[in-house]
Every structure is written in C-alpha cells, then in structure tokens.
Write a protein that binds this ligand. Structure first.
Ligand code: OAD
Length: 243
C-alpha cells in the first residue's frame, strides 16, 4: 500500500512540475461516458468484424452497410457527454506551457470538453469526406441519410475516419512523434496499446527520456515499460492524478 501511495505521489509530482506534457488516449477514456470500446468482453470487435465495416474494401463493396454501422455508432456517441477524465485533461492543458493531446478516439469528446491542441489520429465520426472531390465537411445528422452525398459535387461521402489498411495523415504522425520525443511527461490513458503507430508513441517517449504514466483498467503491453501504471477507471484516476 505504501509503495502504491508513493508511486501515485511521484506521478502527481512529475505531472505537476512538467513544462511539457503529451497525452495519448484510447477508447477506455470514453468508456466512462458510455461510448463502447473496441476490445474486451463488451468491445465492438466482439460483435462486429472490422474487415466488413472498417476497411476501404468493405466500403467499396457495400457503402450502405458501412454507413448504417456508422449511423448507429453516431447515435450512440450523440447521447454521450465528456466525463471527469476528459475535463481533467482540459485543466492539465491550461496549466502546462507545452501540451499535446494525441487521441485515437473519433468521438470528438475531447474537443467538446474544451481541449485545444488535439490531434485526432483516427479521424472524427462527425466529419465526412467526399470520395469524388475529397472535400472534408462536418455532418452531425442523427440519423444520417444513408448513403450521404456531397453537396458540392454529388459524390458519395464516406466517414472521415482512418480505416484498417489506410495510412494516418503524415502531418499528424510527425506532430505526434515530435510531441512524444520532446515531452517531459507522457501520459497514456485507456488504450490497449496494440494498434500502430499510436502504440509505439509510448516507447518513443520512454526512449527519449520522458516519465511515462499509464492509466488503464487493465495491464497492457505498455505496462512493463512505463514508469507508473495506475489501475482504475479513467474518470476516477485522472482527476485524482491531475488536480
Ligand atoms: P481498445 O478497445 O482496444 O482498448 C481500450 C482500453 O481501455 C483497454 O486496455 C481497456 O482495458 C481500457 N479501459 C476500458 N474501460 C476503461 C476505463 N473506464 N478507464 C480506463 N481504461 C479503460 O481501444 P483503443 O486502444 O483505443 O481504430 O483501440 C485502438 C484502435 O483500435 C481504435 O482507435 C480503433 C480500433 O480498431 C480504428 O477504428 C481505426
């Protein structure tokens, strides 16, 4: 117990003193808002096959099916609000001179909470992209017309999400690696740490000398390389770590 208290204190102190912080989040941070995660007993990938719904091939084969799935997910996210973990990250950003938030989440809850310097590595479920003219736009319709079409050119719209087999935006990757390499403290929250390249930001930060803190319900492949693993729900662990 004593050692648990002292590692938590050490994590708090490091975070309190750091002048540059990078945070990486995954589906676990939004779980406390009611957004389903991907893996684990109730994760989306237990009931759905990613190759049928989250690949460019799946979209080419059956855009309506893919859009119906995204429409269902958009409906779920629309009913969710940021939780105390999202709010704690906003407060952290407000007091740290150099701050970056790297999220794999597409739900937009970090921005809704008030986070400013956010890189949405996997896109955003409220954005659409034209498969013809490539214009990206906002669309918050719930339900969305299936399939939706571009107001500019009439082309088929797709979710502005990075699917399996697709590359992340190179500018986002560059900025994310820069943040991981240059921060004093790297905080990783609610990600299973198995999807690349986000998973490798943790080891990058560690190699570059950052103090790395992981907050997760369960151990992950990152747990053995981090300095402190805080076990618990993000909505409870983060406010107590940050405030
Ligand atoms: P996962 O569903 O793989 O992992 C969620 C992690 O959060 C697990 O390690 C859980 O133990 C943890 N967790 C669950 N509830 C939590 C809570 N209340 N507090 C803290 N931790 C909790 O989600 P990601 O790691 O985000 O990509 O998945 C990465 C990517 O894989 C996603 O962005 C998505 C998916 O396929 C795309 O769709 C491109």
């Amino acid at each position: 117990m004593d050692s648990l208290v002292s590692v938590t204190e050490e994590a708090r102190r490091r975070l309190g003193e750091a002048r540059s912080v990078a945070v990486l989040t995954g589906a676990g941070i939004s779980a406390d808002s009611g957004v389903p995660t991907f893996r684990g007993p109730e994760g989306l990938w237990r009931s759905f096959r990613p190759e049928e719904l989250a690949t460019p091939e799946a979209f080419l084969r059956d855009p309506n099916l893919v859009w119906e799935w995204y429409d269902w997910r958009r409906g779920k996210v629309a009913a969710c609000r940021p939780n105390p973990a999202h709010d704690a990250i906003v407060r952290l950003e407000s007091r740290v001179p150099r701050f970056s938030l790297l999220t794999q989440n597409v739900d937009g809850l970090h921005r809704e909470a008030g986070s400013q310097n956010v890189i949405e590595l996997h896109g955003n479920i409220w954005k659409v992209r034209c498969t013809n003219c490539h214009e990206v736009g906002d669309n918050r319709d719930v339900p969305i017309q299936v399939p939706p079409h571009c107001e500019t050119c009439g082309g088929l719209l797709r979710p502005h999400i990075v699917w399996f087999g697709e590359s992340l935006d190179p500018d986002d990757i560059r900025a994310a690696f820069e943040a991981a390499e240059s921060c004093e403290v790297f905080l990783v929250v609610g990600t299973s740490g198995i999807v690349q390249p986000a998973a490798s930001f943790v080891s990058t930060a560690k190699r570059a000398g950052a103090f790395v803190i992981e907050a997760n319900l369960d151990p992950t492949p990152n747990t053995w390389i981090v300095d402190v693993h805080l076990s618990g729900r993000a909505a409870e662990v983060l406010p107590s770590l940050i405030d």
